[in-house]
Design a protein around this ligand. Structure first.
Ligand SMILES: C[S@@+](CC[C@H](N)C(=O)[O-])C[C@H]1O[C@@H](n2cnc3c(N)ncnc32)[C@H](O)[C@@H]1O
Length: 230
């Protein structure tokens, strides 16, 4: 049963990518939004998680100075960027983890040693917790930590090797997190990959020594720290 469920999930994720690329992006805006939500909702049901519905600033109780409101990353983001490069020594973090879609994907699909989500809104973290709980039986990594915190108050663990961000914050907040990641790399030298959806702070990253590894339509993957030995 779990095998069938996983197979169906994989199949839907592949179809989503195809659907967005060849159909959805050509629809008029009004129809696009409705179709997008319906598609997200259906995939949520199959994945047995609740992550599709956006949450705006009014409900979250902060504004753009703190960060972006909630909308979920694409199911395809990790498949498209990580391939089979994850080892049991890798540790994943999603800064601004929202309802936990990427945390679920990382823990379910990859052999990470540990998967972490940091989210400022406790309501969203509570939904993420339920999503993890419902799917724990099919996670490859069961060492999952969800933390409610503003990232500016969060100490970055020195074992992080893969960072995911869906444009969660900008300006000083972003600079604060990148500084903490760079400090962590100095304390414990290693290679760090940053998967960045809608990379609005691209210039800042390049100025701070992050190199572009892969560029896809909405996502850029950066590397920093030690070069990977081949
Ligand atoms: C665009 S959503 C991405 C959600 C999730 N990463 C995903 O891909 O499904 C950005 C998230 O960042 C959170 N966020 C914004 N500012 C933050 C901050 N300063 N500290 C922690 N989380 C923050 C928001 O509440 C929101 O859930």
């Amino acid at each position: 049963m779990i095998g069938l469920q996983n197979w169906l999930s994989q199949w839907f994720i592949k179809c989503e990518n195809w659907f967005v690329k060849y159909i959805l992006r050509f629809l008029p805006a009004g129809i696009y939004d409705k179709t997008r939500f319906l598609k997200q909702y259906l995939i949520d049901r199959i994945q047995r998680i609740d992550s599709a519905k956006d949450v705006g600033y009014d409900e979250l109780g902060f504004d753009a100075r703190t960060g972006s409101p909630y909308n979920p990353g694409s199911w395809w983001d990790l498949k498209a960027t990580l391939g089979d490069s994850v080892s049991t020594e890798d540790v994943f973090i999603d800064f601004g983890s929202g309802k936990g879609r990427m945390v679920c994907m990382a823990a379910r699909e990859y052999p990470f040693k540990r998967v972490i989500g940091v989210e400022i809104c406790e309501g969203l973290t509570a939904i993420a917790r339920r999503n993890i709980q419902k799917n724990l039986h099919r996670m490859r990594c069961k060492n999952i930590e969800l933390i409610t915190a503003n990232v500016v108050n969060y100490e970055v663990p020195d074992e992080i090797t893969v960072v995911y961000m869906f444009n969660p914050f900008f300006g000083d907040v972003f600079a604060n997190v990148i500084r903490k990641l760079l400090d962590s790399l100095s304390r414990r030298p290693r290679q760090l990959r940053l998967i960045y959806r809608i990379p609005t702070m691209h210039e800042f990253l390049v100025q701070n020594g992050f190199q572009v590894e892969t560029q896809l339509p909405d996502i850029t993957v950066y590397v920093a720290g030690l070069k990977q030995s081949s």
